[in-house]
Structures are given as C-alpha cells and as structure tokens.
Design a protein around this ligand. Structure first.
Ligand SMILES: Nc1ncnc2c1ncn2[C@@H]1O[C@H](COP(=O)(O)OP(=O)(O)OP(=O)(O)O)[C@@H](O)[C@H]1O
Length: 230
C-alpha cells in the first residue's frame, strides 16, 4: 500500500543545508493502522508532507499502491492525491459557510460526481461517524469532536487507498480524543481503511497496531509499543 524507500530530505536556505530525514525505510500494508510517533522537530511533518506528495524528497522514493509519487508531474500528483489519499487535520479545516453535509460532499464536487450520488455518500458516511442528525447544521454549531468527525467523514468520501491524519486529536480533550481514536479504530476494523496517524502523543500511538518512531530524522523504532520504545 505505502512503501517508503531510502527517503532522505534536507532543506536548503542559501548556503545552509539542514538535513531533516535520513534514510527512512518502512512499509504500511493495506488495512493497517499505524502511528508515526516523534517529538517536536523530529521530522514528522516533513515525512507526512513527502508521503502526501506535497513536497519532493531530496532522495529516495515513496510508492502508494505501487506508484512512485515523487516522479509524478504536479497535475498528475494533484489528481492522484484527490483520488487516492485522504487527509485529516488537527484543525479540521472545514468550510464555515457550507453545511456539514456539503463539507463532506466537497471532495466529490472536484471529481465531478453528480449531486444525488454525492448526497447519498455523504449522508452514509455521516451516519457511520455518528452524525446522522447533524447533516444540515454548520460547523460552528458542532463541538470540536463532532467537527473532527465531519472531517473524518470528508476524508473517506472519495474511498481513498490511504488516509493520513496529522495530530487528529491535538485540539481535543482526553475523553473526546479517546472517542475519535475509537472511531478511527472502528473504521479501520469495519471498512479496512488504512490509516497513518502522525502524533507526538504516546497515548494516541499506543492505541494503534503499530508504531513507527522518529527521532532526529531517523527511524528508531518500527513495530514496538511506545511503552517499550521509551
Ligand atoms: N522549510 C524549512 N527550512 C529549514 N528547516 C526546516 C524547514 N521545515 C522544517 N525544518 C526543520 O526540520 C526539522 C523537522 O521539522 P518537522 O516540522 O518535520 O518536525 P515535526 O516532528 O513535525 O515537529 P512538530 O511536531 O513541532 O510539528 C526541524 O528541525 C525544523 O526546524
């Protein structure tokens, strides 16, 4: 599903070169739920941006569904992202003047899916994330946890091969955090969605099947639990 091969990245500002990721190797199989754990500055966002095709690596390769994304043209990559990759952000990134249902439908608008199909798919997903009765409200009328559920429904509406979640519970209290992770678990178990969850919180990482740990741009642990990895 996802293969990261000998991935390295440095940022260059004038003469100054900052190496951020060094020779990262791992793979994520279809249906896995993986945490990418690391403290601030360890390189998580950089790795996520590279895996999502938002940046080109200095060297190495990223394959999603067998396709190397770093060699794709910008247009091809944009299309590939829209079709095969789902995103969940810490700050939800919902459009305030669209209803909950319209927010979930939005990725399908960009794929030219007709209104009736869009509506059906959005309502089905909203029911799956426990928001069947909130579809015609606006994001501001929902709690933070509910808004994150909307963004989860939106990330799944195109039926992507893989979903990247960037600190998905970073703005939520502990109880709501647990509920959101439970939901991601259910979606993983029931629908077989492949999730890569970027987090600096051991509590979140501990709930996944597998932990990939980054420290100073290097992979220090793959597969162990946070408690053991220290
Ligand atoms: N555009 C850039 N130019 C130079 N250095 C950068 C740039 N972006 C990030 N870095 C450096 O790369 C390192 C890793 O940053 P990154 O944002 O990937 O870490 P992170 O683990 O996501 O941290 P956080 O949890 O705080 O977001 C940091 O030392 C950062 O200063």
């Amino acid at each position: 599903m996802l293969i990261v091969k000998q991935l390295s990245h440095s940022f260059t500002n004038g003469a100054e070169v900052t190496p951020v990721l060094q020779h990262i190797d791992f793979r994520v199989e279809k249906g896995e739920m993986v945490a990418l754990l690391g403290s601030s500055g360890s390189g998580k966002s950089t790795l996520l941006n590279l895996m999502a095709g938002l940046m080109k690596p200095t060297s190495g390769s990223i394959l999603i569904g067998g396709q190397p994304i770093e060699t794709m043209s910008e247009n091809r990559l944009a299309e590939f992202r829209r079709t095969h990759i789902g995103f969940i952000f810490q700050s939800y990134e919902l459009i305030p003047h669209l209803t909950v249902r319209e927010n979930v439908e939005l990725p399908l608008v960009f794929q030219s899916v007709g209104p009736r199909t869009r509506r059906e798919r959005a309502l089905k997903l909203l029911a799956q994330v426990g928001l069947a009765d909130k579809s015609e409200l606006f994001p501001s009328q929902l709690s933070g946890g509910q808004q994150q559920r909307v963004s989860i429904a939106r990330s799944l509406v195109t039926m992507p091969a893989i979903v990247f979640a960037d600190e998905p519970t970073g703005n939520l209290d502990t109880k709501t955090e647990r509920e959101i992770i439970d939901l991601l678990h259910d979606l993983n178990a029931n629908l077989g969605i492949t999730f890569v969850i970027v987090t600096h919180e051991h509590e979140v990482a501990r709930r996944t099947q597998r932990i990939i740990q980054l420290r100073d741009g290097q992979l220090v642990e793959d597969g162990g639990w946070a408690g053991e990895a220290g």
